[in-house]
Design a protein around this ligand. Structure first.
Ligand SMILES: NC(=O)c1ccc[n+]([C@@H]2O[C@H](COP(=O)([O-])OP(=O)(O)OC[C@H]3O[C@@H](n4cnc5c(N)ncnc54)[C@H](OP(=O)(O)O)[C@@H]3O)[C@@H](O)[C@H]2O)c1
Length: 320
């Protein structure tokens, strides 16, 4: 299969590209960060007129996985128009363009569409009630995608891993600060279902290969608080868990409202895939192994141009 991945420089996008290129042809869409990625890259800004038609015409993919978004909750509050365009309108336009061309579409959404008032697990049947601009625009994106393409996969995710910037994910927040000996807060009153981003990527590829469609919760099988998550990361890396101070999110200076319970059921996904969801500790082990093997430095290097034999700089893998 030929996979086109938007948001290829993002945490999920780069992980999905590197994972899926082992069995499939991968083309990433990037605004200019990726200069020497080991997969083909098309440079495009999705906010530009005709960008969607142009990337689809260049790549001729079988599948398009949309990992592009405005993901920062605080920035979404600050720039609600940008959040609406990136998280709601562009996904709808991508879905429409894919439907017209017979390209299968996967849209990445979020666990944060729920307000967290439920005391049990959320299933795909539960009605979302998003709290802030980010969550609301992501939910609007789900609706726009569903309207444009009933066969699309909509995957609500939450994951951890190593990002291109080295400081995007919650896992990197704990590792970086604890390595520097800093005291940090861990929220005890936000429960979520973290999963290693390569496990997310593997599940998404399995969903494509199996030809699934519709709404799925693609998260970890184990719910924990953000504080507990930090403690697990600290233990794995041999860092001081006592430097993580258990705090309520209500005592923080964050402006975007956050749900207290993001415990999502993965029953539908594991049933339809016919396999267990990879467990948290296996993912944490892999996250640590990547650290030992200098994976964070390796992916950061994809932002450097490759020196050629003549000493000149090349721009890496040629665009198609
Ligand atoms: N991280 C999580 O745990 C989590 C939780 C829930 C849901 N999600 C969802 O998962 C998806 C991926 O998240 P992530 O954490 O991997 O995101 P991320 O690291 O913030 O990456 C976002 C990507 O979108 C790209 N992008 C933004 N504006 C663009 C534009 N105008 N044109 C083209 N590309 C643009 C970014 O490119 P630049 O690098 O050039 O900015 C980047 O590659 C998102 O839909 C997010 O809502 C993530």
């Amino acid at each position: 299969m030929r996979l086109l991945i938007t948001g290829a420089s993002g945490l999920l996008g780069i992980s999905l590209a590197l994972e899926s290129m082992r069995a499939h042809e991968v083309i990433g869409v990037d605004r200019g960060k990726l200069k020497s990625a080991p997969f083909q890259v098309i440079k495009a800004d999705l906010l530009r007129r005709n960008a969607i038609a142009s990337i689809l015409d260049q790549a001729h993919p079988d599948w398009l996985v949309n990992c592009a978004a405005l993901t920062n909750l605080e920035k979404s509050e600050e720039y609600p128009d940008l959040a609406r365009i990136l998280n709601a309108e562009i996904p709808g336009e991508l879905a429409q363009a894919c439907e017209k061309r017979g390209v299968r579409f996967v849209h990445i959404s979020t666990d944060a569409v729920f307000d967290g008032e439920k005391t049990d697990q959320y299933t795909e049947e539960d009605q979302p009630s998003p709290l802030g601009v980010y969550a609301r625009t992501k939910f609007d994106g789900e609706r726009a995608v569903r309207e444009a393409d009933a066969k699309a996969i909509i995957a609500r995710v939450n994951f951890f891993g190593w990002s291109l910037s080295g400081k995007h994910s919650l896992s990197e927040f704990f590792v970086n600060n604890l390595r520097e000996g800093k005291y940090i807060n861990g929220f005890t009153d936000i429960v979520f279902c973290p999963i290693f981003v390569y496990h997310t990527a593997r599940m998404l590829v399995a969903m494509l290969e199996k030809g699934l469609s519709g709404l799925y919760h693609v998260v970890g099988g184990q719910a924990m608080s953000k504080y507990q998550f930090g403690v697990e990361v600290a233990r794995k890396f041999g860092l001081r868990e006592s430097f993580i101070q258990p705090k309520s999110v209500l005592s923080s200076s964050l402006t975007a409202r956050r749900s207290h319970n993001l415990w999502l059921s993965t029953h539908k996904l594991s049933t339809d895939l016919g396999r267990e969801i990879p467990n948290f500790s296996t993912g944490l082990d892999e996250f640590y192994t990547q650290y030992e093997q200098s994976y964070p430095q390796k992916i950061r290097g994809y932002q450097q141009e490759l020196p050629t034999e003549s000493g000149n700089l090349s721009t890496g893998t040629p665009t198609p």
